[in-house]
Ligand binder design. Structure first.
Ligand SMILES: Cc1cc2nc3c(=O)[nH]c(=O)nc-3n(C[C@H](O)[C@H](O)[C@H](O)COP(=O)(O)OP(=O)(O)OC[C@H]3O[C@@H](n4cnc5c(N)ncnc54)[C@H](O)[C@@H]3O)c2cc1C
Length: 423
């Protein structure tokens, strides 16, 4: 499977069609959010449709990826390895504006920016990612996250580095507690890769320490593979507590570093990583694009909002059906959204949609596992479904060479997708 296969299929038919111009000039594609969905959309739009005027709005001048952030926490990658700039997109002809989008007027097709500028568009791609639901766990707000880091929305990297520093400062023999949310949330295997990378660090530097993973679920992505790896690499170090054994954290005491579960068990830990429940980012909610679930319903073929025509919501902010909220899906859906937006501007039908996902996870620095899946709209175009027999996970068993190889495939995936995004 290659990175741009889905996009190539979808976009191929559009290449031979007339240039994209409006009476007043070039057709304008506005992209809000310069992460996995947004940067992918902007880069792809300029590559496939050079006639399109593409503007990207993103407040940060440097983007820190969530993927490989767990390896920074584990001390096997540095922050510089996961930080990317926007010069490549500029060189490709994208106008990059570093500002917040503060409001969307879907009827007038305009986006207001924090700095006062208003940008008009013909089609909008919105990929603002997630918001953490402060207060969904009692006592866990932004202030508490300065003591009990989430490290789930990297921002400028401060949260990731805070968790790393707390691990470094913890004495050998300490307990690292994690609070893991119920579905849906960003990156289903992410918390378990995090447990693994924390364990890798502790094994090397603080081998008497323990990890207590309190989960709001009873099962998780690639569970058998993760647990096999934990038994092989970190025997006795990790205790995973599912919801049905009182694993759901409902309250925290930040000052005391206590994680309290549904049935009142209080776990005092030395370092706490609290990953709270999530929703679509604020701009999507404020623009009225989300439903009562907190996520944005979209057309499965075009990724266009069910609420506001002309706005395609991609990445973690939308309701993806059975697809995971992953960087790869954000990349794949972004391309389909751009191709659909262009088709609409040309008065044509959208291309056929196929969405690709491969999620690698590191269980150890040289121990990788993966899950893959291909998805498409159902025949009625009303929902996204997994293509039968398309999915799978790495086989279980004693396969050390395969685990080593998968860790290198993961490295190649990261290199390739970040090149694709940041041109
Ligand atoms: C620990 C961890 C590990 C992960 N590992 C993997 C992995 O190995 N593979 C994988 O495929 N996925 C992985 N993911 C998931 C992946 O990071 C997300 O699915 C992906 O980032 C979603 O892309 P997005 O565009 O929706 O959001 P983001 O990539 O977060 O980008 C959103 C951008 O929008 C900007 N923004 C927000 N609001 C506004 C606004 N109002 N105006 C302008 N800009 C705005 C933000 O600044 C941000 O840059 C991981 C996630 C975590 C937490």
């Amino acid at each position: 499977m290659t990175l741009s296969r889905g996009a190539l299929l979808g976009a191929a038919a559009l290449l031979a069609t007339p240039s994209l111009s409006r009476a007043q000039g070039q057709a304008r594609l506005l992209v809000v959010g310069g992460g996995f969905g947004g940067a992918s959309a902007a880069a792809f739009a300029r590559r496939r449709y050079p006639d399109l005027a593409v503007t990207l709005v993103e407040p940060k001048t440097r983007f820190v990826t969530c993927p490989y952030g767990n390896l920074v926490i584990g001390g096997v990658r540095q922050m510089g390895d996961i930080t990317h700039g926007y010069d490549g997109l500029r060189a490709r002809g994208v106008r990059v504006v570093h500002d917040w989008a503060t409001g969307i007027d879907a009827a007038a097709k305009r986006v207001r920016l924090g700095g006062g500028e208003t940008l008009a568009y013909d089609r909008l791609i919105l990929s603002p990612g997630i918001a953490l639901r402060w207060g969904a766990i009692e006592g866990y707000d932004e202030a508490a996250s300065e003591r009990l880091p989430h490290a789930w929305v990297p921002g400028d990297g401060a949260q990731t580095l805070l968790l790393r520093r707390q691990l470094e400062e913890m004495p050998d023999g300490g307990v690292v507690g994690l609070a893991i949310p119920g579905n849906p949330f960003r990156c289903p295997p992410g918390p378990y890769e995090r447990i693994s990378m924390i364990a890798a660090y502790l094994k090397r530097h603080k081998p008497r320490s323990k990890i207590l993973a309190l989960d709001a679920k009873d099962a998780f992505s690639k569970q058998g593979l993760f647990q096999d790896g934990w038994n092989a690499l970190y025997p006795g170090m990790i205790e995973w507590v599912p919801a049905n054994r009182d694993g759901r954290v409902t309250r925290v005491d930040a000052a005391e570093r206590v994680l309290e579960t549904e049935f009142g068990t209080r776990h005092k830990v030395d370092v706490a990583n609290v990953i709270p429940p999530q929703s679509a980012a604020r701009i999507a909610i404020e623009a009225g694009l989300t439903d009562q679930s907190g996520w944005a319903p979209v057309n499965p073929v075009t990724l266009e909002s069910r609420v506001a025509p002309g706005i395609h919501v991609v990445g973690d902010a939308n309701i993806p059906g059975p697809m995971p909220k992953s960087g790869y899906i954000a990349n794949s859906t972004a391309k389909q959204a751009v191709a659909s937006a262009v088709a609409s501007l040309r008065g044509e039908a959208p291309p056929q949609a196929l969405y690709y996902n491969t999620c690698y996870s590191h269980v150890g620095e040289d121990y990788g596992i993966s899950i893959v899946g291909i998805f498409r709209p159902n025949a009625e175009g009303t929902a996204i479904v997994e293509v039968p027999n398309s999915g799978g996970v790495s086989p279980r068993g004693d396969l050390p060479e395969q685990r080593r190889l998968e860790a290198t495939y993961a490295d190649s995936w990261y290199e390739s997708i970040t090149k694709d995004m940041f041109a």
